[in-house]
Design a protein around this ligand. Sequence first.
Ligand code: SF4
Ligand code: SF4
Length: 358
Amino acid sequence: MELVKYLKSADLKSWLQELARENRVFAPRNEGDSVIFAPFDPEQEIAIVHPATLPPKKTVFPQSEKLVDFTYSKDPENLSRIMIDGKEVLPEGTAVVFGGRPCDVRGFTMFDRVYLAEKSTDIYYQARRENTTFITLACEKPETTCFCHWVDSGPTDATGSDVLATVVDGGYVLEALSDKGSKLLTSTLLENGESRKDEARKAHEKAAELLQDAPDLSGAPKKVLQVFDTMEFWEEAAAKCLSCGACAYLCPSCYCFNITDETIGMKGTRIRSWDNCMSAQFTMEASGHNPRPTKAHRLRNRVGHKFSYYPDIHDGVISCCGCGRCIKSCPVGTDIREIVLQAIEYEPAVGEEQADEQ
Ligand code: SF4
Ligand code: SF4
């Protein structure tokens, strides 16, 4: 049976404090001009904004994480033979993330298709993903940069979440969506929420009514590929780009990383850190050759990946959750929506060659 609870706004911090006894709890808070997800601190205000500057991506996929500790040793019988003994450093403990928005949490379902793939499961991601519970806040009022409803989602989409929290008069209606979610809703601070369910439902309907009509993106995978070789298209789209990487770093569905080994003497650590495909160095090969030498090539890859190559191999799912962060945060106003719509509307000149493969 569906489990629905009600939490008074005044009890939110106490509830998170209770959860923090057994879990690492993350919640949004102000840091300078930004709102970030950070370990919950009852002394600090929880920033209920929409959406946070940074998504809660790092709670499952840290900006930088230790993967392996290793030690070199030399074979005393043959000093040119070096042996390496390594030990994985797997994440431990459970976590609760309060206050991500539906687009933020849906981003992890795009990671899942890659990092939890049967033949290439990423054990570090898997450990955090399985041990993290998401209490997602339904959106009441989408921003002008939000376009979750263009990409098969919406302001109350609970895909990937364990509890959906909806702001109602005086508090939150909390609906459990998974076993993990139900286990969180046992506190005596929570009241039976059955009588408040209608209020939550009305809030969901109101949010949906505020959305503008969405364009049809079903043709995007093919159309984006069709302009693949039309470099003028990408040069124009990328003309102002500064290659700063804000779009990729802030994106809840961007999952590229880099690996570095740090060694001191015979001991070392393998570290994984977020990487950014908009950087000129991202595809630089050891020979000095760079298959994506210009920012036009790199923007083409970013848009192509999200709206064409990824859906092509993942049941048509677009690898963008429409959070709008890349639009809001781009210092030169690059708008991924415009690029995709222009690609869909693009009419090739007569005789212009069409790309039929990546
Ligand atoms: S945020 Fe804007 S300027 Fe920065 S890399 Fe992305 S598109 Fe370019
Ligand atoms: S591409 Fe932009 S709008 Fe889409 S999920 Fe990433 S940051 Fe959000």
